[in-house]
Design a protein around this ligand. Sequence first.
Ligand code: PEP
Ligand code: MG
Length: 592
Amino acid sequence: MPEPQSPTPPPQEVRLRATAVSPGVATGVFVAYRPHEHSVKRRRIREEDVPAEVARLEAALLETRHQLHDMRERLAATLGEKDASVFDAHILVVEDATLLEAVNKQLNERLLNVDFLYYQLTKSYVKKMREVDDEYLAERAQDIVDVSRRVLRNLQGLKNDMALDLDGPTIIHAHDLTPSDTATFDRSKVIGFVTEIGSKTSHSAIMARSLNIPALVGLRDLAMQVDPGTEALIDGYEGLLILNPTPQTKYEYGQVTSRRHAEEEKLARLRDTLAITTDQRRITVSANVELPEDLPLVRDNGAEGIGLYRTEFLYLNRDDIPTEDEQVEMYRQVAEAAKPHSVIIRTLDIGGDKALGHLGIEQELNPFLGWRGIRLCLGRPELFKVQLRALCRASTEGNIRIMFPMITEIGELRAAKKLLAEVQDDLRREGVPIADKIEVGMMIEVPSAALLADVLAREVDFFSVGTNDLIQYTLAVDRANERVADLYQPTHPSIIRLLRMVVQGAHNANIWVGVCGEVGGDIALTPLLVGLGIDELSLGSVNVPRVKKAIQALNYHECRDVVDSMLAQSLTPYENLKWLEEIARKHYGELF
Ligand code: PEP
Ligand code: MG
């Protein structure tokens, strides 16, 4: 008689702690995302399949060639012949007959699928080339890697590197997520992110918050422990990943979610109120926007326009540079979404953790200290001018203000303004309508700019402080590295001092100063920003009602006195933080 089978016990619930970087609760299937490992399966084929496999490879090579020629042409039109020539080496790889012959030979001898053979052969070529200590060969090896990825994608009919085949609600786990990874995910399916590295101010975390998707960082070696397809619950309030949540756990989290929603609905009633302190100081609260999908949230949450539109996301996840017309269209949409208020559009801030492969920019040892933001734009005026032209053309649509990132001294600011003036002259000469006056501002995100605030303030219409970078560069703490996250301290006395200098520099020159870094959305720090005399806060849309409520509960003079005493005493960052939290809890404890 067969033994009676005992039912398989339900999988054990496991709770793992991590750092919460975006609030919310979500339940879905856990999927590991490994964009750089191309999965190529090995499959036996029959002898009679060989011609079809050869034809498949030839078609993929032809398609790749077309794509590369296309990209080359578009790049030549926008950036010029020199930059476009990076694709010549790639085209040579696709046209290399030796590789094709080798694959054909192996197809007949080994009877394996052509993707696998092409993958194996290119891999072994690359390995051999890298074994020779030669810079030229190393560069050619990298060309083969890039091209073979594209060929394999074409062979497999994938649209792009990041294509993830998702069935339903999914929690993505990755070692790290670049902003371009995050931007490509199917928003209707990806409901949470968990990464091994990263921090609150890394751009993927910033995006998760704007998209209202819960996210955790700092869960190392997790993929090893979790079977694909495992159900997971992500708690972005407390920083918990729960694998195989029991029905009881799911029920409890259902309660948490309803409670939070009720609180949010209450806050949403503040949408149309203004952020005025109890002693009548008014602060503008506007929104930060990364992706077009964020635009409806601006008005829904009662933001007073857009205080930071990060244009680099327009350039990510594509093989070419957005054309002037495409950009005009996008900026018009953004200006429309901000109405009746203004939008501050920041010019391209590529670099740091926002890499852009197809510009042919070499990898740098310290990208955050490298060719980033305005440095790259001034070095590539042909590229920069396309954006400036598009911004000027769109300026007739609404109130568009232009802001330059990563300025470190007056020369850079003047150079950027000079290019803008040239573009304006060209457009006027061409008879293209543009706004009579476009306000120009700059980010204060490098300590040198903060120290020169009084000088810089004379030549711009406004400042917006990028605390994400200002803290990183002042304290020498990588904003995206969780290992040093405890050293990343917005309440460090040096930061408070720099902020004070910036506000004084701005106000003495009669210009306004905003904050568009992540500290703007942290209600524990609102008393600090109010007390410093900041005029505008720009933050992720979903946090706008909460921050408005916090400001409405504070007294500017009280906050100013606290900041004065902080600066006068020798306090630690922790002591400053505790003091600010105490004030925040006293006035709006219910918001925490
Ligand atoms: C900042 O540095 O604070 C900022 C707003 O810019 P980003 O986060 O895009 O570097
Ligand atoms: Mg910045």
